[in-house]
Design a protein around this ligand. Structure first.
Ligand SMILES: [Zn+2]
Length: 188
């Protein structure tokens, strides 16, 4: 199942190899281009189908009632995951570094699956979980397409599922081997 997701990401060119500068100023030799994946409905649908199957296998009970993500982030995967699970999708808005639900009634008392395209440190997902809990929702699972963490994620015991684990190295500018090689850089 995970292998299939990896194949799709590679075949569609969403996993890119090169020399990239991130918004954090750090560099890497890989990049997962989710904007590209979002522009390919069939590929995104397949990836989310595999991910939702994997999630359903992990969580049989209680039943997921709503899929929630960030308004500024993963609109398409959240929508697609909800579609596959046959439930509604909702989006939280980030204000002053916190996630808010504009209509609590859509989440209150519901079993929630949090979805994001990728996870690295887990900060965004933790903010979404806090926003859902503040709105009275019960987060029972977290699903991401790509897990870029080093296996140190902890969402307070909440079930976590990823499509693939892909932990590529990140470098500080002054220690980047690709810079030393003078490889052309793409600013993300
Ligand atoms: Zn570099």
């Amino acid at each position: 199942m995970s292998l299939k997701i990896e194949e799709i990401l590679k075949e569609t060119g969403c996993i890119r190899r090169g020399h990239f500068e991130w918004r954090t100023s750090r560099h890497s030799g890989y990049y997962c281009d989710f904007r590209l994946l979002s522009q390919m409905p069939d590929a995104m649908r397949d990836v989310c189908k595999y991910l939702s199957n994997k999630m359903s296998f992990e969580i049989e009970n209680p039943k997921i009632e709503v899929v929630v993500g960030s308004k500024d982030g993963s609109l398409v995967p959240v929508y697609e995951m909800a579609q596959h699970l046959g439930v509604e999708s909702k989006f939280l808005k980030e204000i002053d570094n916190k996630m808010f639900c504009e209509d609590k009634s859509t989440i209150e008392g519901k079993n929630v699956l949090v979805v994001d395209d990728a996870v690295y440190t887990g900060t965004t997902i933790k903010k979404i979980i806090a926003g859902v809990e503040k709105a009275g929702g019960n987060v029972i699972g977290v699903a991401v397409i790509v897990n870029r963490s080093k296996g140190i994620l902890d969402f307070s015991g909440i079930k976590f599922v990823s499509g693939i684990s892909f932990n590529y190295p990140m470098y500080e500018k002054d220690r980047c081997p690709l810079c030393k090689d003078k490889q052309a850089i793409e600013v993300l």
